[in-house]
Design a binder for this molecule. Structure first.
Ligand SMILES: CC(C)(COP(=O)(O)OP(=O)(O)OC[C@H]1O[C@@H](n2cnc3c(N)ncnc32)[C@H](O)[C@@H]1OP(=O)(O)O)[C@@H](O)C(=O)NCCC(=O)NCCS
Length: 186
């Protein structure tokens, strides 16, 4: 499905191979990756692999994280949206995870909130997604604040076990949120 979602300031569309510089700016920034439990990427080749991996998810699952572009400038700002998680995570499997990640120079301007509201409406109303979950580091204050503002309810915290491919030093103490029933559906 070719996604095209517009908000006042943003365009949300599929990630494309031409987003490699933007994805490298995003994922090579240690401050952006601070609460992700994953070391920053070191080469643009790694970012190209991430984009290819997400595009593979579009094919296989019909969904994956989407690129967020600032309409006025055409700038790549980051990504937002849903990922079908197929690994056992906090006793759940085959569920939709909601998330976002934005380049540091764009923080504090309401972009994550604006992109999230539009994506959740699209996910619920158009894609008719069932339960939507979200996870974040317990110390990620900005992300937790946004999730709660969007209508996600904190159900519990859990130990997010290290994925060997992620190269983290420690397991994360993570929050486990679920979107409250009935929101964004109309
Ligand atoms: C988290 C992130 C997406 C926020 O993006 P953003 O565009 O700056 O977010 P917004 O401007 O829409 O909203 C930020 C909100 O958090 C609040 N906030 C910022 N820092 C905060 C903190 N330390 N504790 C609590 N709230 C905080 C802001 O006041 C704002 O709330 P408000 O709109 O009610 O005033 C961005 O910082 C980011 O990409 N971080 C790195 C990746 C990441 O952590 N992703 C989430 C992992 S699940």
């Amino acid at each position: 499905m070719d996604i095209h979602i517009e908000t006042e300031r943003l365009l949300i569309r599929e990630l494309q191979s031409s987003d490699d510089q933007g994805m490298f700016e995003l994922d090579s920034d240690a401050e952006v990756m601070r609460y992700i439990g994953r070391k920053p990427v070191e080469s643009i080749e790694e970012s190209r692999e991430v984009i290819a991996f997400v595009r593979q998810q579009y094919e296989a699952n019909g969904i994956g994280r989407w690129a967020v572009i600032e309409k006025e400038t055409g700038d790549f700002l980051g990504w937002v949206g849903f990922k079908l998680i197929q690994e056992l995570t906090n006793n759940h499997i085959n569920f939709y995870d909601f998330g976002y990640r934005f380049v540091r120079r764009s923080w504090g301007r309401g972009f994550a909130t604006e992109a999230s509201i539009a994506s959740l409406h699209f996910g619920k109303k158009e894609l008719k997604l069932p339960d939507i979950y979200a996870m974040t580091d317990v110390n990620n204050g900005a992300s937790r604040h946004i999730l709660e503002k969007l209508g996600f309810q904190l159900l519990e915290t859990f130990r997010f076990e290290r994925n060997p491919g992620w190269r983290t030093d420690d397991d994360l103490e993570a929050t486990w949120y679920k979107l409250a029933d009935g929101l964004y559906a109309s």
